[in-house]
Design a protein around this ligand. Structure first.
Ligand code: SAM
Length: 356
């Protein structure tokens, strides 16, 4: 049974490991390869756990990948050809030639080469040895390579052998089994010159990760909109936005006739009497429970097909989550709830309005 590598935000990796212990049979974390990155084992192995998590995804575990081959690294550029040779021997015959593949590497220690070099070298060797097409954007199969310091077995007091100070942990899986399509769940977006806030990345990541299709010319309500990053993203996707926030929006949005700024709190806007919306988004800085209650109050102003995206602020623990979830379930079905790469001390939730 292959072992696995779990990845989470380092500040929340204890919660990811709790999820792992809860959802696996005899789940055992073996070593921390780097902050937030754990080597682990369980009775059902990577594939069994991945199937469990396809049905009931975890919140804090951002990415998993299997480990079915471990190979020593000597920390010189010669590693690239040695790794490629080892991968071809082990995986060329296992790759399904009918569907695309990609190599995703991570380097968790100092090495004289970068993940890009490993990806390129290993992918080139695999492409000539196997006939599966390489597709780095939407791969079906993923060969994961994690280069990390070698760890002594948990029961041993001896340090790792001197010539095995670093190892490559390698495994082949389907992208659909890894929780995220990105190595370690790290989804980076290109920074645009017109970007208003870093929060834009959260919205972009949520739309992609939860596969949210926005209606053409839809009307969206953005609670806690200032300075306007989410509003800008929604405008780029053709939505007309009512942006609610007592704080100012970025001047770049001033002349956009598709943005209406209600300079007030969400509760004040409720009292004013909102319009109806196709989409509700909420990134308000407030307690998870209060934010959930406001979402329920705005549910009365959503069209029946409406969806919602919100962040729930956690503070140092995940305790507020359970209560906020219970509140939201009164009016919404929770479609997804995950700590995405761009979330800090919060999780992102994707909701569907319940029929009334
Ligand atoms: C993290 S920022 C939002 C960033 C925004 N999503 C963006 O992309 O630029 C949180 C915002 O919530 C707003 N906020 C806090 N309490 C609020 C309330 N009761 N009603 C409306 N907005 C609120 C704050 O003024 C602040 O601008």
């Amino acid at each position: 049974m292959p072992q696995l590598i779990l990845t989470a935000d380092p500040a929340f990796s204890h919660l990811a490991l709790e999820e792992f212990r809860r959802d696996s049979r005899n789940g055992l974390p073996l070593a921390e390869l780097a902050p937030g990155v754990s080597l682990a084992d369980c009775d059902e192995g990577f594939w069994g756990l991945a199937e469990t998590w396809i049905d009931e995804p975890p919140v804090f575990t951002r990415h998993i990948c299997p480990v079915d081959l471990t190979t020593p690294l000597i920390a010189t550029p010669r590693d690239l050809s040695r790794l490629s040779d080892a991968v071809v021997v082990e995986y060329a015959a296992l790759l399904d030639p009918e569907v695309s593949f990609s190599v995703q590497s991570r380097i968790l220690l100092d090495l004289p080469y970068k993940p890009f070099d490993v990806n390129r070298s290993v992918a080139a060797s695999l492409t000539s040895a196997a006939s599966a097409p390489l597709d780095v954007r939407q791969p079906f199969q993923i060969l994961s390579i994690v280069c990390a310091p070698a760890q002594p077995p948990p029961t041993s007091k001896k340090p790792a052998a001197a010539n095995h100070r670093q190892l490559a942990f390698i495994g082949l899986s389907l992208a659909s089994h890894n929780i995220s399509d990105w190595a370690g769940g790290v989804r980076r977006f290109r920074r645009e010159k017109e970007q208003i806030s870093r929060a834009e990345f959260k919205m972009l990541e949520a739309l992609e990760a939860f596969r949210i299709e926005l209606p053409a010319g839809g009307v969206a309500l953005d609670l806690g909109a200032a300075p306007g990053g989410w509003t800008r993203v929604l405008r780029q996707k053709g939505q007309f936005v009512t942006a609610v926030d007592p704080a100012a929006l970025h001047p770049r949005l001033d002349n956009d006739r598709g943005v209406r700024h209600k300079r007030m709190t969400a509760a004040e806007y409720l009292r004013e009497g909102p319009d109806s919306f196709d989409l509700l988004v909420n990134d308000m800085r407030m307690s998870a429970q209060d934010s959930a209650r406001l979402m329920n109050a705005f549910a009365d102003y959503l069209y029946p097909h409406a969806e919602a995206v919100m962040t729930l602020k956690l503070g140092k623990t995940a305790r507020p989550l359970a209560r906020a979830r219970a509140i939201l379930r009164q009016r919404y079905t929770i479609l997804h709830m995950r700590q995405l790469f761009h979330n800090r001390n919060e999780v992102t939730i994707h909701l569907q309005l319940k029929p009334s």
